[in-house]
Design a protein around this ligand. Structure first.
Ligand code: FEO
Ligand code: CA
Ligand code: CA
Ligand code: CA
Length: 676
């Protein structure tokens, strides 16, 4: 579809030094504008954000913990999409989680006892997704606080289920007795930008929000099935109170189950099929959710064909007319898998359109085949299909008896186990090189990796001597892996792979830790966000830049989290390397394929403020404005001991008041293309 020409290029900016300052630092020649902060109003029903814990009505304000994000162009006036616009658009972004302490005057009123209902509803509404109109005016980029396109999607917004699991008894709840309706989305992480101009948001750490009282495993086994208990355990749904103890709060009114739905504890007197309570509510989360950014009245659709997991990103590969497109997805938990979904529908170029958006989503995302990745030591790999009745995915499987395709997709992890997929070091974002179609995947870190469980694709086990927090050993610094589909087609069942780069402090041992020879201009730890420049940007400039964002706890004694730009090379441009691992008294070597050391083709472009994660990234089609999210600055503080004042500190490095997650826009002072 998009013709792209590759030309030699270098990263034309001076690397930003590592920093612990309370500021977003960018190279000289670039400028930062704070665009959309926690609490900013999206309609006229609320006033300016007081930022003192007294604010309410987050259904009309920006939520917290900005994460994945996409830009969709708008025509010069009105609400008509224009894919080519670089001056006006809608920005869609996730609000993954909350920094609870800053949302109330003095932190939460009670933590362990019964929580006030208003506090709980406020915290819930700070989650979800924002859709906001933005435009470039004479004084730069700003959002339109009263646009009719502005929308908040929260844990209360009605959703619908589509694909093979819709209507399955696994989804029956008191709210959804037919398993087709849903309510809300939560812990939305990373994104996907569809060619038909919709946004994919991904439900990641949803399991932690659910309460299950002690004894629910036994009750579940008796009242539902032993399989249900096995499945809940596999998805981390343990017997616990649930994040923030939300369900200790009283219902806002009789029959209002917005809080009660987070209690999955079984009442054995209610129907075994789940239509009387919320025993199945956890099955309604863990999906990829498609949102139409241009229709605020539209119902987000949970696309069950893409499987249920801790979804982190869903990125479409190159689209080629007549070929079935692929969608790449990480499952972010320790030792989980990489997946791809191949649509049943070959790509038609006419579907890169701006109309009938969710109907086109139905066409490509509701039927197809989900695959899980198995990576071999020789640099080859296979995509294994998650199809009921094939291989071990049958009722006869001893570990978990699969009943049908809905069961396989709802329990994709159990299917991956049965198929022998490769256990990765926390698969986060994927990104596809628009020039050669290669897919990159961040493996952020894995504190549970041991010498004995290393493999060629997850080959390091060590202790990072610099670490003062976060994961100290295993694979504390993470790496970025990449693969090339056999025959360069999205329909491939096999691929080759190597490791693009290993995270590490530049002063760490190049024999077993700093294997990519990172230096002071590009050393990083815990890669998470990952994004390739838009093809339209690439076509104008000739080289696809790749951007890497970090969410780190291992190098944060030296530097705040960062954004790096890369000119990435390709699979097989390096060689084979043998690493001697030593950890906890065990020593053994691992041989793997490692790409050419990035050298000057990887440079630090931005360092964020204190205690933040850098995440979410997109640009205008012309590449002259890049949007980035600063998530949870000062997350370890509280109202009595504030640990960051960002974004109030952006101008000078100091400021006052509570920190706020925010979207920033970066432009070049001369109006040029970012990074080149
Ligand atoms: Fe929400 Fe795995 O990052
Ligand atoms: Ca992430
Ligand atoms: Ca992360
Ligand atoms: Ca985070």
């Amino acid at each position: 579809d998009t013709t792209v020409t590759v030309a030699p290029a270098t990263l034309d900016f001076t690397a930003v030094p590592k920093s612990l300052a309370d500021i977003v630092a960018v190279p000289s020649g670039y400028q930062v504008t704070v665009l959309y902060r926690l609490g900013d109003p999206i309609n006229a029903s609320v006033g300016a954000y007081a930022n003192d814990g007294t604010d309410a009505t987050f259904s009309a304000r920006a939520g917290d913990h900005h994460d994945g994000m996409s830009f969709f162009g708008l025509a010069a006036t009105g609400t008509t999409p224009d894919a080519n616009s670089s001056t006006r658009g809608v920005l869609v972004l996730n609000h993954e989680n909350i920094t609870q302490n800053y949302l109330h005057p003095n932190g939460p009123t009670s933590v362990a006892g019964a929580r006030p209902t208003a506090e709980v509803l406020k915290e819930m509404e700070c989650h979800g997704v924002s859709v906001i109109e933005i435009a470039r005016g004479t004084s730069g980029w700003a959002y339109a606080p009263t646009s009719s396109l502005n929308r908040r999607i929260t844990p209360f917004t009605p959703t619908s289920f589509s694909g093979p699991v819709a209507g399955s008894g696994l989804l029956f709840t008191a709210f959804s007795p037919t398993g087709r309706a849903g309510r809300g989305t939560i812990n939305n992480c990373a994104n996907g930008t569809m060619p038909w101009m919709t946004y994919l948001t991904n439900e990641e750490n949803w399991a932690g929000y659910f309460r299950r009282d002690t004894g629910d495993n036994a009750r579940r086994t008796a009242a539902v099935s032993a399989k249900s208990s096995v499945a809940f355990a596999r998805y981390g749904l343990s017997e616990r109170g649930g994040n923030y103890n939300w369900t200790t709060a009283a219902a806002p009114a009789a029959g209002d189950t917005r809080i009660a739905k987070f209690n999955a504890t079984i009442d054995p007197t209610l129907p075994a099929n789940g239509t009387g309570d919320f025993r199945n509510e956890p099955n309604q989360y863990g999906w990829v959710v498609e949102i139409d950014p241009f229709d605020p009245a539209s119902t987000p659709r949970k696309r069950t064909a893409l499987g249920r997991m801790n979804h982190e990103g869903c990125v479409v590969g190159r689209t080629v007319a007549g070929i079935k497109p692929a969608f790449y997805m990480g499952d972010d938990a320790q030792n989980e898998y990489l997946y791809k979904f191949v649509s049943a529908t070959p790509w038609a170029a006419a579907d890169a359109t701006t109309t009938n958006r969710l109907a086109i989503g139905d066409k490509y995302l509701d039927s197809g085949t989900l695959y899980v990745a198995k990576l071999a030591a020789d640099g080859s790999g296979q995509w294994l299909p998650l199809v009921f009745g094939q291989g071990p995915l049958t009722a006869a499987n001893a570990a978990y008896a699969f009943a049908d395709q809905a069961d396989v997709l709802t329990h994709a992890r159990l299917a991956g186990d049965a198929l022998g997929a490769t256990r990765m070091d926390r698969p986060e974002w994927t990104a596809v090189n628009p020039v050669n179609g290669e897919m990159y995947l961040t493996l952020t870190n894995n504190s549970s990796r041991t010498v004995a469980t290393t493999d060629a694709a997850n080959p390091r086990a060590y202790t990072d001597p610099k670490t003062t927090g976060g994961s100290t050993s295993g694979n504390p610094n993470g790496h970025v892996i990449r693969l090339r589909e056999s025959g360069d087609t999205s329909e491939a069942l096999a691929f080759t792979w190597d490791i693009y780069a290993f995270g590490a402090g530049s002063d760490l041992n190049p024999a077993n830790i700093n294997l990519s020879n990172l230096d002071a201009t590009n050393d990083f730890s815990s890669p998470d966000g990952l994004w390739f420049a838009r093809p339209s940007n690439v076509a104008g400039q000739g080289t696809p830049l790749m951007w890497i964002e970090t969410d780190d706890g291992a190098y944060t004694d030296v530097t705040n989290c960062m954004l790096l730009a890369a000119i990435p090379g390709s699979v097989g441009d390096g060689g084979t390397r043998t690493i001697t691992n030593s950890l906890n008294g065990a020593t053994a070597s691992q041989t793997t394929r490692i790409g050419k050391a990035p050298g000057t083709n990887l440079k630090r472009f931005l360092v964020g403020p204190k205690e933040c994660e850098i995440t979410g990234i997109d640009s205008t089609p012309d590449g002259r404005a890049i949007f980035v999210n600063i998530q949870h600055p000062g997350e370890n503080g509280n109202p009595a001991a504030i640990t960051s004042n960002w974004p109030q500190s952006q101008a000078t490095g100091t400021g006052t008041g509570r920190p706020r997650s925010a979207t920033i826009v970066i432009t070049k002072t001369d109006g040029g293309i970012i990074g080149l």
